[in-house]
Structure formats: C-alpha cells, structure tokens
Design a protein around this ligand. Sequence first.
Ligand SMILES: Nc1ncnc2c1ncn2[C@@H]1O[C@H](COP(=O)(O)OP(=O)(O)OP(=O)(O)O)[C@@H](O)[C@H]1O
Length: 238
Amino acid sequence: MPHTGPSTARAALPARGAAVRPAGWAVCLDGVAVNVRRAPVLRDLDLRLPTGAVLGVLGANGSGKTTLLRLLATLAVPSAGRAEVLGHELGGPGVPDIRTRIAMVGHLPALYPQLTLAENLHFVARLTGRSDEAADRALAAVGLAGAAARRAEGCSQGMARRADLARVLLTEPSLLLLDEVHAGLDHGAADLVDQLVGQVRARGGTCVLVSHEPERLAGLADRLVRIVDGRALPEVAP
Ligand SMILES: Nc1ncnc2c1ncn2[C@@H]1O[C@H](COP(=O)(O)OP(=O)(O)OP(=O)(O)O)[C@@H](O)[C@H]1O
C-alpha cells in the first residue's frame, strides 16, 4: 500500500520493492541506519516530513546532521531500514527522479572553479532545460549580476554561496536541503536564504535546514529535531 499522507501509520509502509507513488510525504525514514566508512553514524532513525514542511535539524558537531542531508540527497545509502524521498525508495529505480527534484547547498559551493559564475549557472540551466536568460535573472536576484564574468575560483566564500542560492532559484526544487547555509553570510545574503525557503514553501516544496543557531531556525522551521546518538529526537516546535 503506498503512503497516503501524514496520518499514515508506520505499519502502512509499502513492502520493500513495491511501487511507490508521490504522496503526502516528502520524507519517510523508518529504522534507518547509515554508516560512514563502516562506522555507524545514524541508527534506527525514524523521520516523517509532510510535503510543504520546513524542518530544522539541530545537533552537536559530528552527530550526523550532514550525513542525514547526504542521505536525503541520495549521496548516502541506508545500511538498514526503509527510506523514501519524494515518493521513491532510496537505492531504488526512482533515484534519478529524486535527483532532478532536489537541491542541496552545503559547506562547499557546487561550482566549477574555472568557469565564470554565469557559465556555471548557464551549465545548470542547460542541464535542467532552462534558458541562459533565466540563469542570468537568478544571478541578478542574488546580487551577482556585476560578478557574472568572474571565475568561481576568484570569488569569496559568500559570493560562491550566493551563486549556489542562484542555482536553487533557477532549478525550483521540490526538496531543498541547506547545510549550515547561513554561516559566513552577510545580512543581505542571510535574508536571501530566508526568502528562498519561503519561495520553495510557497510553491509547495519542502525544506530541511541544518543549523547550529536555534534562533535562526525558529524563524524559518515549523518543526525541529535534534540528532542525538544517531536518532532524530523531536524538539519543542519553534
Ligand atoms: N569522510 C568521512 N570519513 C570518515 N568519517 C566521516 C566522514 N564524514 C563524516 N564522518 C563522521 O561521521 C560522523 C557524522 O558526521 P557529520 O558530518 O554528519 O556530522 P555533523 O552533525 O554534520 O557535524 P558538524 O556539526 O560538525 O558539521 C562524524 O563522527 C564524522 O567523524
């Protein structure tokens, strides 16, 4: 039986290998374990995130927050449990579809260093069936129109982060994953992040934000979890 929405009981999860269609859950993790270089990082992790929700993820250094985002981004595979993202089982045939519908902004910019910012964005635009003009508009929207001709390797960390945000603007993901994305940003860029989350949500998309700043998450997230001992424990709602 496919997932039907946020009220679906854990026992109603489809059998392994059964067809799954997109439904009311953006993320369904049941008893998931993830090892990093054979060491257990996440274990017996349960997490249900309804489509359209904004989840804030807290946790100590090394607790596994980035590993959780990497799992949701299909960059890590569960070693136990069931994991579904955007209606597809991780490790299953739907992974390419997930990848076209997610965007992750992490610690390192997802830019080719020797390409200019404009070339980087045009590349993404062409890969995703969008126009160069749309890419230019996204760059302008994050305040980088004047830096479009600069190579990514010559940009500051904050500028590179802004270019990453332009990529998100351009690709309009169904699931946005942000890993400590406010770190090192000036007020203007931090506001851009907040606006971006609002835009994704306004289109019915879902966001997962990792941060060490509970007060930052309080203004954005509608639910919070804390990663402790490899599990996601609910926090008091912001
Ligand atoms: N490439 C790697 N090789 C070995 N161990 C790793 C690697 N990446 C992560 N780990 C380990 O996995 C665990 C979880 O790391 P992760 O980056 O998910 O934590 P985090 O909660 O995001 O930490 P932080 O708040 O410091 O960014 C840590 O114990 C870390 O040492």
